[in-house]
Design a protein around this ligand. Structure first.
Ligand SMILES: *[C@@H]1O[C@H](CO)[C@@H](O)[C@H](O)[C@H]1NC(C)=O
Ligand SMILES: *[C@@H]1O[C@H](CO)[C@@H](O)[C@H](O)[C@H]1NC(C)=O
Ligand SMILES: *[C@@H]1O[C@H](CO)[C@@H](O)[C@H](O)[C@H]1NC(C)=O
Ligand SMILES: *[C@@H]1O[C@H](CO)[C@@H](O)[C@H](O)[C@H]1NC(C)=O
Ligand SMILES: *[C@@H]1O[C@H](CO)[C@@H](O)[C@H](O)[C@H]1NC(C)=O
Length: 494
C-alpha cells in the first residue's frame, strides 16, 4: 500500500517536475553558470519519506537568479525527460568515454573551485595500475549540488539476514557522529538515494536485471560491498562488468573503507575504556595459545603451519575442527575463553593484501591477547595495526622457532607486556576510519558532485592484475585432522 501510494505521489511529482525542469532548463541555458557548487542546499527530511518540494529548499542570497530545484526532482525527470545535451542519462554509458581519467573538455566552475573535485592521482593509471580497471569522468556541474542530508539505500539483504539488526525500523541514522546520513531499506526510496548498497553475498551470482533497481540516476552511486577477500565465493564478475560505481571492501583503496578494524577505532575504544599503564597482561593467564578454526578442510596452508606448530607447543583448538565450546560468532562466550590465553592464533584463511579480519581486531586485540598472525604481508600489519601489538609468523624461519619464541615470552613477563605498550603510545596521524557506515557517510558527504566513476572490470580491480592481490597458499597435502584430548594431529601430512 505504502509503495503504491508513493508511486502515485511520484508520478504526480514527475508531471510537475517535467514542467518545472523545462522552465528551469530554458532559464538556465540562457545564463552563464557561475555559481559555486556549495551555494544551494536543499533541506529535506527524507527520513519521513518525503520528496522535497521547492518550499523545502532555500537558496542563498548570492544566487538570486536561479530557481532552486532539489536534486530529487532533478533526477526524477531524467528518466522521462527527453535527452538534453547537458544532462547525461543512464544510457550515456561511459564506455565510449575512453578507458580512464577522462575529464570534460570544458571543465565546469565547480571542478575548479571545489577542492573535492580535484583530480585524484590514484585515478591516473600511470600512478595507480589498478586505475585501468575503472573509468573516471566528470559530468558538467549542475546547479543543484550538495544537500545537508545524504541517503543510502541498502538494496540487498545484509550477510546472513542481518538487515533487521542493522536497521530495526527499516530506516535510521547508522552513524552517530553524522546524523545527516539516513540509511534505509525501503526500496521505494531509490529515487532519493545518493547511494545504493549491494552486499555481495546477497547478490545473485550472475547479474540479473530483474532483481536490480529499475532506474538509475547519474548522480547515484551503486556500491559493491564485500567483506571477504578474493577466493571466497563471490559473484560472476564478467556479468557484473560496468555495474558498480564504488566499492566497499577491507582494502584501503576502496572508495569507502570496510575494514574489519582500524587504529582509529582501536584507540577510540581505549579512550572510552581507559588504559592502566601498569597493568600486567600476563597475570591470571594459565593457558598458552588458542586457535579457533571453522573451515578445516580448505586452505591447507594455515592448517599445515599450525600442525607443525603444535608439535612444539601446546595449542588449544576450538571451533568446528576442534572442540566445539562456542559458536564462531558468539560474542558472549568467546572473550571469556580467549582471555585465559597468552596468545591467539589469528591465522587468516588467505594471504591477501591488507586482509586483516575480526580474528585480529576483535578476537585478539580487543581481548588483551597477543595475536600470532599469518596472512597479509608484514608490511601491511606495520601500516595498519598498532605497533608491536602482534607476532608475525614470517619473522620466524620455522614453526618450531615461533614456538620457542612464544614459550620464551610465556616465561618473561616484561617481554610479554611489551606487546601491550602500544595502548599507551598512540601513533601520530592516525587515519580517520570510523566503521563502515560512518565511512560511507563521510565519503558521500565529501564527494565531488559531478565526478563519475564506474568499475569496468571489477575482478581486475579486486583480484589485481594476474591475481596479485593474494599470494598463493602453499600446496600442502593433508588429510582429515584428528583430535585427541583437545589437541589435534594430522593423519597424513607431507
Ligand atoms: C532472476 O531473478 C528472478 C527473481 O529471483 C528469478 O526468478 C529468475 O529466474 C532469475 N533469472 C535468471 C536468469 O537467473
Ligand atoms: C553463546 O554462548 C553462551 C555461553 O556459552 C550461551 O549461553 C549462549 O546461548 C550462546 N549464544 C548463542 C547465540 O549461541
Ligand atoms: C554510475 O555508473 C552509471 C553507469 O555508467 C553512470 O550513469 C552514473 O553516472 C555513475 N554514477 C556515479 C555517481 O559515478
Ligand atoms: C600479468 O601477466 C601478463 C602475461 O603473463 C604480463 O604480460 C603482465 O606483465 C603481468 N602483469 C603484472 C602486473 O605482473
Ligand atoms: C608480499 O610481499 C612480497 C614481497 O614484497 C610481494 O611480492 C607480494 O606480492 C606481497 N603479497 C601481497 C599479497 O601483498
Amino acid at each position: 500500500m505504502r509503495t503504491s501510494h508513493l508511486f502515485k505521489r511520484c508520478s504526480e511529482i514527475v508531471v510537475i517536475c517535467l514542467c518545472t525542469v523545462l522552465v528551469f532548463y530554458l532559464t538556465t541555458t540562457m545564463m552563464d553558470n557561475k555559481r559555486s557548487s556549495r551555494d544551494v542546499k536543499a533541506d529535506c527530511d527524507c527520513s519521513k519519506g518525503d520528496i522535497p518540494t521547492k518550499q523545502d529548499t532555500n537558496v542563498k542570497r548570492d544566487a538570486p537568479t536561479k530557481r532552486d530545484i532539489p536534486r530529487e526532482q532533478d533526477i526524477l525527470t531524467k528518466q522521462d525527460a527527453p535527452k538534453k545535451p547537458n544532462v547525461p542519462s543512464m544510457d550515456d554509458s561511459p564506455k565510449d568515454k575512453g578507458n580512464t581519467f577522462k575529464v570534460n573538455k570544458k571543465p565546469g566552475l565547480s571542478e575548479q573551485t571545489d577542492p573535492t573535485c580535484a583530480r585524484e592521482p590514484r585515478d591516473d593509471p600511470k600512478v595507480n595500475p589498478l586505475a585501468k580497471f575503472y573509468s573516471v569522468w566528470y559530468d558538467p556541474p549542475t546547479e543543484v549540488k550538495k544537500r545537508d542530508q545524504v541517503k543510502i539505500l541498502i538494496w540487498t539483504e545484509l550477510w546472513d539476514k542481518q538487515m533487521r539488526k542493522v536497521l530495526p525500523k527499516g530506516r535510521g541514522a547508522k552513524c552517530s557522529s553524522m546524523p545527516n546520513c539516513i540509511f534505509t531499506g525501503f526500496r521505494a526510496e531509490i529515487h532519493e538515494a545518493d547511494a545504493v548498497l549491494f552486499e555481495v553475498s546477497n547478490l545473485q551470482k550472475r547479474h540479473n536485471a530483474s532483481v536490480m533497481p529499475k532506474v538509475r540516476y547519474p548522480r547515484q552511486h551503486w556500491v559493491w560491498y564485500h567483506t571477504e577477500c578474493p577466493g571466497f565465493p563471490s559473484i560472476n564478475f564478467e556479468t557484473y562488468k560496468s555495474v558498480f560505481n564504488w566499492t566497499i571492501t577491507y582494502r584501503a583503496d576502496s572508495d569507502s573503507s570496510g575494514a574489519w578494524g582500524s587504529l582509529h577505532r582501536t584507540y577510540q575504544r581505549l579512550e572510552v575504556e581507559g588504559v592502566d599503564p601498569k597493568k600486567d597482561y600476563a597475570a591470571g593467564k594459565k593457558k598458552l595459545a588458542v586457535w579457533f578454526i571453522s573451515k578445516c578442510n580448505t586452505q591447507a596452508n594455515r592448517v599445515a603451519y599450525a600442525t607443525e606448530l603444535v608439535k612444539h607447543m601446546h595449542v588449544d583448538v576450538f571451533g568446528r575442527c576442534g572442540k566445539t565450546v562456542c559458536a564462531k560468532w558468539n560474542v558472549t562466550c568467546m572473550p571469556g575463553i580467549i582471555r585465559q590465553y597468552k596468545f591467539y592464533l589469528a591465522f587468516e584463511n588467505m594471504k591477501c593484501k591488507e586482509y586483516l579480519t575480526e580474528k585480529f581486531w576483535r578476537n585478539a586485540l580487543a581481548n588483551d591477547v597477543i595475536p600470532v598472525v599469518l596472512g597479509a604481508n608484514r608490511s601491511d600489519y606495520e601500516r595498519l595495526a598498532p605497533p608491536h601489538s602482534y607476532i608475525h609468523v614470517d619473522d620466524f624461519k620455522s614453526p618450531k622457532q615461533l614456538a620457542n619464541y612464544l614459550m620464551m615470552l610465556d616465561k618473561d613477563k616484561d617481554k610479554y607486556n611489551a606487546y601491550f605498550k602500544w595502548k599507551t603510545q598512540p601513533p601520530k596521524n592516525i587515519p580517520l576510519e570510523e566503521g563502515v557506515w560512518c565511512n560511507l557517510c563521510r565519503e558521500l558527504t565529501n564527494r565531488c558532485p559531478n565526478k563519475r566513476k564506474l568499475y569496468t572490470n571489477l575482478r581486475g580491480w579486486f583480484e589485481g592484475e594476474n591475481r596479485s592481490m593474494c599470494d598463493p597458499m602453499e600446496d600442502v597435502e593433508y588429510k582429515e585432522l584428528q583430535f585427541e584430548n583437545n589437541r589435534f594431529k594430522v593423519a597424513s601430512y607431507a
